[in-house]
Design a binder for this molecule. Structure first.
Ligand code: NAD
Length: 428
């Protein structure tokens, strides 16, 4: 059930206000950055399979483009609201800025439930969405991407409609496309690998040898699987992972205290990242309650499933052995839990830095499309490492210099960069 009292945009504005205060931003800059530059709300009529016409509500919010064209996903969700899209657009501005890519923040959405729509109907929504906004998005204005319940197929339908309207080929107008039609190698790995590039750097700062560490993961989907793969390549030992069980409608944790074999686990995992518990038992895994992933005697915790997972109710269960948390998911830690982690001196790599590998690789996709020249996977991942490492370094250095929490340092860097771009342009 969605919490009706929760307003993501209010939360995003509160976070911004607090950072603006710390940075001492002037009133004009604050007013500009706490609201989106542009918002579009429109109706999308679609001829349904039964012959009737249904009208869907669509949105696009461009929060800020002082540093470059806006960038951000398009969500299909029955509970989508303009305020959620506004918040997500603002968070994209900070995410692009913290990894120092020349893009601003945008987000879009359609109020619909793809579970109850045929492919043809979804294609109609995608093409209709583009028809309403085609003059205000594009490679040099605003570049959408897949998000909740949208995929590479949706992006291709959108690109095709955009190219019909503008009479040309513009593969850089949208990212997350399949390989062969303008997609980038390395996108599947990018977010999970990015998480571990930052973990690797943080462990160096903490003076910890990664080969002597153990880690526990929440989630076994795209982010977690690739984070696990690189962590193991670097010599780390994963001991526990949790995921959602579709059959029982609860989550479980799977543990091997001596460390587990990721490929063995992949063989018994479905495409939604759900692990088969009977088969896991027969392979010697302990099957524990969902929250057990958080309570392990490990050095590193990597929440990579969903938001609101480390809360005031469970944060005390984190063992004293834990030295580092890297947030693969968006918003896994609540502000109350954050306060506790700060006091316990647990090193935090915040979500919009840790999981920025995805948007960074989307930016690389755009660059390759605009050049019409595609890189090898090795080149993509090498450039990703360079970007993520530099972003981590800037945040960690500021946190150390000013003796502040990593999340605050990350926000200060990203807001400062956007504010400075607005100032140089003469907007404020
Ligand atoms: P996914 O759908 O591939 O995997 C999600 C995993 O979480 C699955 O293993 C699922 O079983 C598990 N899960 C769901 N509910 C759970 C619960 N209550 N307890 C334990 N496990 C649970 O998703 P993903 O792409 O890996 O994304 C994970 C998170 O990372 C999300 O917050 C997403 O917004 C964020 N993120 C993803 C990307 C990306 O490129 N994929 C980029 C940035 C941020």
């Amino acid at each position: 059930m969605a919490d009706k009292s929760f307003n993501a945009f209010k939360m995003a504005q509160q976070q911004f206000d607090s950072i603006a205060g710390k940075l001492g931003l002037d009133q004009g800059t604050r007013d500009l950055l706490r609201t989106p530059l542009r918002e579009y709300s429109f109706s999308i009529p679609v001829r349904m399979d039964d012959g009737t016409v249904k009208v869907f509500s669509g949105f696009r919010v461009q929060h800020n483009d002082a540093r470059g064209p806006c960038k951000g996903g398009i969500r299909f969700h029955p509970l989508e609201t303009l305020d959620t899209v506004r918040a997500l657009a603002m968070w994209m501005t900070w995410k692009c800025s913290v990894v120092d890519i020349p893009l601003g923040g945008g987000k879009g959405g359609v109020v619909c439930d793809p579970h109850h729509l045929s492919d043809r109907e979804q294609e109609g929504i995608c093409r209709g969405w583009i028809r309403q906004i085609a003059r205000d998005i594009g490679p040099v204005q605003d570049v959408p991407a897949p998000d909740v319940m949208t995929s590479g197929q949706h992006m291709i339908w959108m690109l095709d409609e955009y190219e019909r309207i503008h009479s040309g080929k513009f593969p850089g107008m949208i990212t997350g496309k399949p390989l062969g039609v303008g997609g980038s190698l390395g996108r599947t790995e990018a977010t999970g690998y990015g998480v571990i590039f930052t973990v690797r750097e943080a462990l160096k700062d903490l003076g910890i040898d990664i080969t002597k560490t153990k880690a526990s993961f929440q989630g076994f989907g795209n982010v977690s699987q690739y984070a696990l793969r690189l962590y193991v390549q670097y010599g780390g030992t994963p001991v526990c992972v949790s995921c959602w069980d579709q059959e029982d409608q609860i989550s479980y944790s799977f543990r091997k205290v001596e460390g587990f074999d990721m490929d063995e686990l992949l063989e018994i995992t479905d495409r939604f990242g759900g692990i088969n518990k009977q088969k896991a038992k027969s392979l010697g895994y302990e099957v524990l309650p969902g929250e057990a992933w958080l309570e392990q005697d490990v050095d590193i915790l990597i929440p990579s499933a969903l938001e609101n997972q480390i809360t005031a109710d469970n944060v005390m269960k984190i063992k004293p052995s834990v030295k580092l948390i890297s947030e693969g998911a968006n918003g896994p830690t609540t502000p109350e839990a954050d306060q506790y982690l700060k006091e316990k001196n647990i090193y935090m790599i915040p979500d919009f830095l840790a999981n920025a590998g995805g948007v960074t690789c989307s930016y690389f996709e755009q660059v390759q499309c605009n050049m019409n020249y595609f890189w090898t996977k090795e080149e993509v991942l090498k450039n990703l490492d360079t970007k993520m490492t530099a972003a981590y370094r800037a945040v960690a250095d500021l946190a150390k210099k000013q003796n502040i929490y990593m999340r605050d340092a990350a926000y200060m860097i990203s807001v400062q960069r956007v504010a400075e771009s607005c100032r140089i342009r003469g907007w404020v």
